[in-house]
Write a protein that binds this ligand. Structure first.
Ligand SMILES: NC(=O)c1ccc[n+]([C@@H]2O[C@H](COP(=O)([O-])OP(=O)(O)OC[C@H]3O[C@@H](n4cnc5c(N)ncnc54)[C@H](OP(=O)(O)O)[C@@H]3O)[C@@H](O)[C@H]2O)c1
Length: 179
């Protein structure tokens, strides 16, 4: 079975985006020149999975930031919602997480970058996340979309590393302990 891996930035109060999905609080951080390992992380995975919420945000960036194949999980979007400029790079699928991982096994994908809010939560619930790198941004935004929410059981984590940067951002790496 392929393994799921997370790399996300969150506010100190645990939000990955404002309620309206905006990321302005993240963009204004003075972290220019710091290497938080995004390129190395992307190089280490075979495929990227995100929900339609994150896909819509990324489309707003103008430039497609991913070099790896992307699967967008959605029950409301179709392949026709993928702009021509990224046709062939993005596949819309409506699978449940375990079903998707089984599909990836058949396609030879081993490491899966799991991105989003609700999608991360559904992969966590299905126990398909092996490890996570969380960058804590030194800001409280008060409300928004949580990275972890609605868990129906505890998830034990093992600390792998922590690194503080001059900007005040802190990278935390955890392995998910087997239940
Ligand atoms: N801070 C960061 O580092 C960071 C990184 C990435 C993203 N973000 C932001 O975080 C926010 C996440 O928002 P979100 O929670 O709405 O986004 P999401 O997880 O990207 O998308 C959720 C949507 O995906 C669809 N979906 C299909 N299958 C699903 C499944 N098995 N589990 C869950 N969802 C499934 C559903 O919509 P349908 O109606 O289409 O089925 C659902 O509403 C976005 O604004 C994104 O831009 C922040």
């Amino acid at each position: 079975m392929p393994t799921g891996h997370i790399m996300m930035a969150t506010s100190l109060d645990g939000f990955v985006a404002r309620p309206d999905h905006t990321l302005d609080w993240l963009d204004k951080q003075p972290s220019e020149g710091e290497d938080h390992g995004f390129d190395a992380f992307q190089d280490s995975v075979d495929v990227i999975v995100m929900g339609s919420g994150s896909f819509r945000t990324v489309l707003g960036f103008g430039e497609w930031p991913y070099a790896k194949p992307v699967v967008v999980l959605s029950r409301s979007m179709t392949q026709n919602d993928v702009p021509d400029s990224i046709r062939g790079k993005v596949e819309i699928m409506a699978h449940e997480p375990a079903e998707l991982m089984a599909n990836f096994t058949e396609r030879g994908f081993e490491r899966v970058y799991v991105d989003g809010g609700a999608v991360i939560q559904s992969f966590m619930k299905a126990k398909l996340i092996a490890d996570m790198k969380i960058t804590i941004v030194p800001i409280l935004i008060g409300a928004g979309i949580r990275i972890f929410d609605n868990a129906d059981c505890d998830t034990d984590l093992e600390m792998v590393s922590s690194e503080q940067f001059p900007s005040g951002l802190v990278d935390l790496v955890y392995k998910v302990k087997a239940a």
